[in-house]
Design a protein around this ligand. Structure first.
Ligand code: NAP
Ligand code: ZN
Length: 349
């Protein structure tokens, strides 16, 4: 018998979120039942509910930054024990057999990885996310949360953390690399902390200088305003790697011109609208325009361990279930410093 659990639910693309209930499946032999304690709010949750990336099946519970405690394990589970502090990110399953899965890149599963919400699960139901009091996940997609990471700050690492860690590692951010982070929100502030910890020189490109002091405090060496045309003249050719975290379209050509020879602009921001660029901007500096999607499971564990080792955790503002609509409004207004985290104990059934 599936269990009915309390959750924050979006009734439609436009209705306000409301507390209701959802169903969770029985704990199977390879499953872990997690009591959710903390759930991060990602801009992707909002894009999804608004239908920015395509139609959804409502009502839907979103949330793919989950931190909780193992409450029950299936008979075959070996990786997690009752009482462990664990996390779940954007993925809850994948085929496990294709070339990408076997290479540890489950997020690029050739048969379609199963997202934590809004995806068709193996039993045909639609997955429901972390704005809830519990979740059942197959053990391979459950991460271990190191003790060094404060529990209430751990959840955003499961998406904002890994989504920025993965491209920084893939494009070899480190000592001697000049990294720019575009947009200082949930992902952007993690990109700054991680790139700084990896030893890169970090520049923040933000619309105005309102967050300049924050950028420096987070570990950036400098910050520039993208609403000032002078920024694009002064920084021409200045970066090896640019991580674009902006949730809306940017002027791609203008940002590409900030790359040095062979530099790469990696898009992790995922606006609803298509982006355009002039191929000449790529050709003119052997530049690359790339994208990156979250990270694999092993890489997510590596990121968590890296954060524990380097004392890195996100800046969070804790909200209760009754404040989630307001928190979404504030994310849309870029009034987030720098990730909202829902206290799941406030989600009453
Ligand atoms: P967020 O907290 O809202 O941050 C986005 C930042 O973008 C804002 O803080 C703001 O920075 C800037 N921005 C917002 N609107 C803008 C506009 N109209 N023009 C220019 N800049 C603007 O969002 P997030 O949770 O970090 O997510 C960022 C994006 O990444 C979203 O599109 C999300 O869906 C996507 N995402 C992708 C992945 C992936 O795997 N690729 C994973 C998670 C999220 P400033 O105020 O500093 O300018
Ligand atoms: Zn996310």
């Amino acid at each position: 018998m599936p269990s009915t659990v309390a959750a924050i639910v979006a009734p439609s693309a436009t209705d306000r979120l409301t507390v209701s209930t959802i169903e969770r499946r029985d704990v199977g032999p390879h499953d872990v039942l997690i009591d959710i304690r903390w759930a991060g709010i990602c801009h992707s949750d909002i894009h999804t509910i608004k239908g920015d990336w395509g139609p959804q099946q409502y009502p839907l519970t979103v949330g793919h930054e989950i931190a909780g405690v193992v409450a029950e394990v299936g008979s075959e589970v070996t990786k997690h024990r009752v009482g462990d502090r664990v996390g779940v990110g954007c993925l809850v399953n994948s085929c496990g057999e294709c070339a990408n899965c076997t290479a540890g890149s489950e997020q690029y599963c050739l048969n379609g990885a199963i997202g934590t919400y809004g995806a068709k699960d193996v039993d045909g139901t639609i997955t429901q996310g972390g704005y809830s009091t519990s979740v059942v996940v197959t053990e391979d997609f459950v991460l271990r949360l190191p003790e060094e990471i404060p529990f209430e700050k751990a959840a955003p690492l499961l998406c904002a953390g890994i989504t920025t860690y993965s491209p920084l590692r893939h494009w070899n951010a480190g000592p001697g690399t000049r990294v720019a982070v575009v947009g200082l929100g949930g992902l952007g502030h993690m990109a700054v902390k991680l790139a700084h910890a990896m030893g890169a020189e970090v520049t923040v490109l933000t619309r105005t200088l309102a967050k300049k002091d924050d950028a420096i405090a987070l570990g950036a060496d400098r910050a520039f305003a993208t609403n000032d045309p002078e920024t694009f003249r002064e920084l021409r050719g200045a970066f090896d790697l640019i991580i674009n975290t902006v949730s809306a379209p940017i002027d791609v050509d203008a940002h590409l011109k900030l790359l040095a020879l062979d530099g790469t602009l990696v898009n992790v921001g995922a606006p609803a609208e298509p982006l355009s660029l002039h191929v000449g901007t790529l050709i003119g500096g052997r530049r690359s325009f790339a994208g990156s999607n979250i990270g694999g499971i092993a890489e997510t564990q590596e990121m968590l361990d890296f954060c524990a080792e380097h004392g890195i955790s996100p800046e969070v503002e804790i909200v209760s279930a009754s404040e989630v609509n307001e928190a979404w409004d504030r994310v849309l207004a870029s009034d987030v410093r720098y990730r909202f985290v829902i206290d799941a104990s406030t989600i009453a059934g």
